[in-house]
Every structure is written in C-alpha cells, then in structure tokens.
Design a protein around this ligand. Structure first.
Ligand SMILES: C[S@@+](CC[C@H](N)C(=O)[O-])C[C@H]1O[C@@H](n2cnc3c(N)ncnc32)[C@H](O)[C@@H]1O
Length: 204
C-alpha cells in the first residue's frame, strides 16, 4: 500500500506526494503559474500525477476528469482533491492517455505535462520512470497524445502541453498544425544545459 512521503505547497493548495508518484517540479510549477481556465469549463487533466493541475483547474472549471497510467497517482490525486475541497468537481480514472474515453467525449481544455525526456527503454519500466521517459527520441508519449487528444476538443477549445526543447518543439507545432490547430507559446523557462521548458497552447 503506497503512502505519502512528502508535502508540497503551491499558493493556498497543499499536495501529499505518495511513494512512486511524480513530485511537482519546475515543469509542474511553470504550468500551474500559467494555467488559465474559463468559468464552467470542462477540463481533462492527462497524466495528473499528484493532481496539481487538475485540482487548480477545478477552482473555476465546471468539472475536471483526471487520468493517469500509474494507479498510485490516481489514488494520490483523488485524496489531494478532497484535501483541497474540490473532490465533488473531479472524476479520476487509471487510463492510458485518452484511450478510456468514449469517442464522443469532448472538452474545453485538455492539459498534459508530458513525459518528454529522451530515455532508454528500461527507464519506462518503473512508475516514476514513466513520469519523464519519452522513449529514444523523447516523443513517444507526446506524439500519441497529439493524435488522441485532437478529436476530443470542442469548438473554441484548447490543449495546453508542456514539453522541453530537448524533444523537438517544431515537430509538436507541425503535428498540431496538421490537425488545423493554431499554436502559440504560452510560457517558457530556461533550464541549465541549453534546455528550455515550453508550455504550448494549441487552439481549435
Ligand atoms: C511529468 S509527470 C506530470 C504529473 C503532474 N501533472 C504534474 O504536473 O506534476 C507525467 C505524468 O504522466 C503520467 N503518464 C505517463 N505516461 C502516461 C500514459 N500513457 N497515460 C497516462 N498517464 C501517463 C505519469 O504517470 C505521470 O504522472
């Protein structure tokens, strides 16, 4: 049975981080600082981890669906939603990207702080490794996400996707544009060793 190993604060929110669950890091915080949600929006938080993005979104959203492949993350996020008084607005499910959705399910906003680091095959063998491991070119999960998420957008809706310049941001732009989405950079943060975190917005 997993258990909380750490407590993280963001503004007035508090998150217990369970064993084998991604601890919010610079990418999570850059995303959280730039997360704007329309009142009443229907939001999907893919790869919710400890729930940080979905829980913040739930303040203004009508409702938030949160998915993660990692069963400990799903339970951790669910408990954190109760801790932050937004449990009634949220639904949680263990799921591989968007494959669990009914084909007619659509959202106003889809969030994903993706596993984006180029990595060896064996890094994806642990739950925590799967939080950052994006396969040999870093794009394995991102490419699947782009093709699975686009059909679940309502008219006048958006995707917010966090990745890094280590993983070919131009390729992401190209793939979104192929699906007739308009792309812009919502936020960027330089990290050491020539890497920049990039929060990409793709609008219908
Ligand atoms: C970088 S962490 C982000 C966690 C959290 N959203 C945050 O910002 O702190 C990526 C998350 O995606 C999840 N994940 C990885 N592959 C996934 C997949 N195929 N389907 C659903 N979730 C996945 C991981 O378990 C992890 O919780």
């Amino acid at each position: 049975m997993p258990f909380p190993v750490k407590r993280v604060h963001f503004g007035n929110y508090v998150f217990n981080i369970w064993e084998n669950v991604y601890e919010p890091a610079e990418d999570s915080f850059l995303f959280a600082e730039n997360l704007d949600v329309e009142k009443g929006a229907q939001v999907l938080d893919v790869g919710t981890g400890c729930g940080i993005l979905g829980i913040l979104a739930a303040e203004k959203a009508g409702n938030v669906v949160a998915f993660d492949l990692n069963p400990s993350a799903v339970r951790c996020a669910r408990e954190n939603s109760a801790l932050n008084n937004v449990r009634s607005k949220m639904a949680f499910m263990q799921a591989d990207l968007l494959t669990a959705l009914n084909e007619k399910a659509t959202f106003d906003l889809i969030l994903f702080n993706a596993p984006y680091l180029p990595s060896a095959e064996d890094e994806a063998e642990s739950w925590i490794g799967r939080s950052w491991a994006g396969g040999i070119n870093g794009r394995q999960v991102i490419d699947r996400f782009i093709s699975e998420a686009s059909p679940h957008l309502k008219p006048n809706s958006r995707i917010l996707l966090m990745q890094s310049t280590l993983t070919n941001v131009e390729e992401t732009i190209r793939k979104f544009e192929e699906r007739n989405l308009k792309v812009s950079f919502k936020a960027e943060r330089k990290l050491p060793f020539f890497e920049t975190l990039t929060l990409i917005e793709a609008k219908t």
